[in-house]
Design a binder for this molecule. Structure first.
Ligand code: MTE
Ligand code: MO
Length: 473
């Protein structure tokens, strides 16, 4: 085959009718199928592939399953596709990640395919509202391209035959609600837990979290239109399916308890806006579920279907992931049926400025520390405590930004800061260890260390945040 001539895609495209002869390519081979087409009634369909790849046509007609087709094709081979062209084709067409949105360079990837990235904590804590372009991205699969004009949301209730469906315009005509809510990945701060012992998961720092204004329709309104009432007793869960598929054509999916979806205080939204603009592709365009107070994984993006059911979502991410386990459970002993799926998240906080390992300059003898604190389940942060002497003395931080919403509907994080007086005995270059913990409106607080909350998947990483800095005099 190496003795055959090489053709570029451009060469092949010129041969798209019987006068110029009909050429197609299949993988790296170039074929002249003029005679084949003329001798085969019905062969004219393949003319649509003339000058291009024959492969998608074989997919459509299913003839690729017939090994004779390859044998016949090989007898018609006239050359090979230019190497550079072949490579560009593989990159563009076979790569499910070829059509990803553009991302801001400030988002530092923890993985590229699928795309997962977080911002520097220094920037994260600067604004109560996280700008869309800088909001962490957590994708399990390629980002689907959804045409808003053809978008349809299906709503089905187990045991009822009627399926409701909504276009994007129909959803936008329903009563509109806006909430400010923090979304956090269950793996946020995983890199600290990893230091105790390796875990399986992306190595997130403390910025797999963000706070945004979400606008959309209340899921409760949709459920009511579908005939689900607040005193429903048999159905227990609301399942969501996304439009992102894995290699076996399974969609991303998750579910939440029905009470959270139907309760007016649940505030679950089918959001179409993020901070006043249509939700960006990375964050679920055109519709994503916002389940405030609940782990990021249930906030299904690119929503295509809602199924109200007796059961939880059968998806991998509901059944065999995003669950907590005892520190003594390992990959040989883990039984995913034994732990409930994570829903409401526990209280967490983090120091965003300074960074761990940084050299810090004092301001008139004070060290400035800033960060965020948040709790799941609609609880408010009531206090943030900081220590620089291993817990002998605690300083109470000031709240720089906090929503006025009342628990159990307090969905947004709290930004805090503090100026800690630094004793003159602390010399230039000396190391200081700063710890932070937050307390929520249930008076729940964070565990002291990662040792006793370690789990094999590295989720729920909410121990005291401890960082070391060096003082510059
Ligand atoms: N929804 C779909 N359809 N596909 C996904 O991969 N990831 C989930 C959730 N919803 C995901 C999804 C996880 S684990 C998190 S933490 C959040 O989306 C992340 O949302 P963000 O990328 O908008 O920050
Ligand atoms: Mo996540």
């Amino acid at each position: 085959r190496n003795d055959l001539p090489t053709f570029s895609l451009e060469d092949i495209q010129k041969h798209n009718n019987s006068d110029a002869r009909i050429w197609v390519y299949y993988k790296e081979g170039v074929y002249d199928i003029t005679e084949f087409v003329e001798g085969h009634p019905g062969g004219e369909q393949i003319l649509m592939a003339a000058g291009g790849s024959v492969e998608p046509f074989w997919m459509i007609y299913g003839i690729h399953e017939n090994p004779h087709v390859y044998a016949i094709l090989e007898t018609l081979r006239i050359g090979n596709l230019k190497k550079e062209d072949l490579k560009s084709l593989v990159d563009d067409m076979d790569d499910p990640y070829a059509n990803e949105p553009r991302r801001h360079i400030a988002l530092k990837p923890a993985s590229k395919k699928p795309f997962n990235a977080e911002l520097s904590p220094l920037l994260l804590c600067e604004n109560f509202i996280t700008p869309n372009e800088l909001f962490y991205v957590r994708n399990h699969l390629p980002v689907p391209e959804v045409d808003p004009d053809n978008y349809e949301l299906e709503v089905e209730i187990e045991g009822k035959s009627r399926i409701l469906s909504f276009t994007l315009d129909e959803l936008k005509k329903l009563p509109k609600h806006t909430i400010t809510a923090t979304i956090m990945c269950a793996g946020n701060r995983r890199s600290e837990m990893t230091k105790v012992k390796a875990v399986k998961g992306l190595n997130w720092g403390p910025a797999a979290i963000g706070n945004a204004c979400w606008t959309g329709v209340k899921l409760r309104d949709i459920l009511k239109l579908a005939g689900v009432t607040e005193d429903e007793e048999n159905l227990k869960h609301v399942q969501f399916e996304g439009l992102d598929f894995d290699a076996t054509s399974k969609q991303y999916g998750a579910s939440i308890p029905l009470w959270k979806a139907i309760d007016n205080r649940g505030d679950v939204l089918l959001a179409y806006e993020m901070n006043g603009v249509p939700i960006p592709r990375d964050h679920g365009f055109p519709i994503r579920v916002i389940v405030p107070g609940v782990v990021g994984a249930r906030n299904v993006k690119w929503l295509s279907r809602i199924y109200v059911s007796v059961n939880e979502s059968p998806s991998h991410w509901q059944q065999n992931d995003y669950k907590g386990f005892s520190p003594s459970v390992d990959w040989d002993t883990v039984d995913y049926t034994k732990s409930p799926a994570i829903q409401e998240l526990p209280v967490i906080s983090a120091i965003c400025n300074p960074l761990d390992g940084q050299k810090v300059h004092l301001e008139e003898g004070y060290l400035k520390v800033k960060g965020y604190a948040w709790s799941g389940g609609g609880q408010r942060i009531v206090r943030v405590d900081v220590t620089i002497d291993g817990g002998k003395t605690w300083h109470v931080a000031n709240f720089d930004a906090q929503d006025s919403a009342v628990p159990p509907k307090h969905w947004a994080w709290t930004l805090w800061s503090l100026k800690i007086p630094i004793n003159e005995k602390i010399k230039d270059g000396e190391e200081l260890e700063i710890w932070v913990k937050a307390i929520d409106s249930c008076y729940n607080t964070q565990p002291e260390s990662f040792e006793n909350i370690w789990n094999l998947r590295g989720v729920l990483n909410n121990a005291y945040h401890r960082i070391k800095v060096n003082v510059c005099r």
